[in-house]
Design a protein around this ligand. Structure first.
Ligand code: ADP
Length: 394
């Protein structure tokens, strides 16, 4: 029987999972990847093998029995027992959005950790409660299974204090109102790949461009600055999120336009970004294919902001050696990479158009002062690695 690690990324109505082997290889290898969607309403289950081939799905569930997180986890564990009976799940790792100031690395979950993470719920109200719901549900379904929490914020705890501060009164700063940064598991994975890919680069800017998008400045593989701050709505415009915006707009909407907090939350997280500006879609593929001028304006706004933040992160690093593109848009949208690189010529970026069309990994010319790369991210593998480390340390 082979040992397996279950990786869980729980949202409000979906639960994504992956299963890795925990062998003696240099890194765990993926066995399955799947998801349960429609929790609380119309569930559907899908699972793929390591090559991406769909190997099972289910859409029919008894009427009037909406699945909870616990129900979904019970189903997934049952499916594994039946369809992968040679794998014994020995531990689970959860993606947890917020680890606050104290958690600067992954941690084995116990009652004390759960209590700490509950305290952080107001800092990430759209994600943290669902991450915790899955942790509690798994403890109920499989009480003996060790669980590890892996945080999106932890990797950024190395940032210098000045990068973490808002210019707010000290009492607020000390109570935790500060810049945390997110997408840490993705940046940690890229940092892990850099010594093999770009061994000579000490100063690297990573652009994680997906439906959530942010950028991070790495010095010797450690985060020193990022575009996301107190919440994951800061920084770049995203699929449906505004990105950084004058907080005066929020005050104006509250005081003069009759918006309440819930309406503003929906506006900032769900109705803005590429979707809001284009009025067409939150999906970069749709916008690139559209001939609606509003779609082009949304794409241009996105690229403009990536370029602007690249300048800011280059300043934090006092120059940079390499730029890395990753996540859905960064890995797949050659035209977005091309337009970002054109805007960054003044910083020493020279694009190799042909290499960019092929998707890299290196997409800059050999004499480019700054080398540019496409490196696919793998947050699930990073979680599996943390779980392995925790099991070995125990
Ligand atoms: P998340 O994990 O945050 O949901 P992803 O990293 O999967 O997001 O990225 C999703 C984004 O990537 C979407 O905007 C999608 O349009 C974009 N994307 C995926 N493939 C392509 C492609 N071939 N060309 C352009 N954009 C793409």
């Amino acid at each position: 029987m082979e040992q397996g690690i279950l990786v869980i990324n729980a949202g409000s109505s979906s639960l994504k999972f992956a299963v890795f082997t925990d062998g003696d290889r240099p890194e765990p290898s993926l066995l399955f990847k799947g998801q349960m969607e429609g929790l609380g309403s119309d569930p559907s289950f899908q699972v793929r093998d390591a090559t991406g081939r769909k190997i099972d799905e289910r859409d029919e569930w008894p009427r009037g029995s909406p699945l909870s997180h616990a129900g979904a986890l019970r189903y997934i564990l049952g499916w594994l027992e039946e369809s992968a009976s040679d794998i014994k799940i020995e531990a689970a790792g959860h993606r947890v959005v917020h680890g606050g100031l104290d958690y600067d690395r992954a941690v084995r979950i116990n009652e004390g950790v759960i209590a700490d993470l509950e305290q952080l719920m107001p800092l990430a109200p759209l994600h943290q409660p669902h991450n915790l719901a899955a942790i509690r549900a798994l403890a109920e379904v499989a009480p003996e299974l060790p669980q590890v929490a892996c945080f999106d914020t932890a990797f950024h705890r190395t940032q210098p204090r000045v990068a973490q501060l808002f210019a707010l009164p000290r009492t607020l700063i000390e109570s935790g109102v500060r810049r945390y940064g997110f997408h840490g598991l993705s940046y940690e994975y890229i940092a892990r790949r850099l010594p093999d890919t770009v061994p000579e680069a000490r100063k690297v800017v990573v652009a994680h461009l997906g439906s959530g998008a942010s950028m991070c400045a790495l010095l010797d593989g450690r985060s020193i600055e990022s575009t996301m701050g107190f919440t994951a709505v800061d920084g770049l415009p995203m699929g449906t999120r505004t990105g950084g915006m004058d907080p005066g707009v929020v005050l104006y909407l509250l005081q003069d336009r009759g918006y309440d907090a819930k309406t503003i939350e929906k506006l900032l997280y769900k109705e803005s970004g590429l979707l809001g500006v284009s009025g067409v879609s939150n999906d970069m593929r749709d916008l690139l294919e559209s001939d609606d001028p509003r779609a082009e304006e949304a794409v241009e706004l996105f690229i403009y902001h990536v370029g602007k933040h690249l300048g800011a992160l280059a300043s934090a690093l006092e120059g940079f050696d390499a730029l890395v593109f990753t996540a859905g848009i960064g890995e797949n949208a050659a035209i977005v990479r091309e337009r970002v690189c054109r805007r960054a010529e003044w910083l020493g970026v020279r694009l190799d158009e042909e290499a960019n069309r092929r998707g890299g990994p290196r997409i800059s010319t050999l004499n480019s002062p700054v080398s540019v790369w496409v490196i696919p991210t793998n947050e699930e593998l990073m979680i599996a690695l943390h779980v392995c480390d925790e099991l070995r340390a125990a």
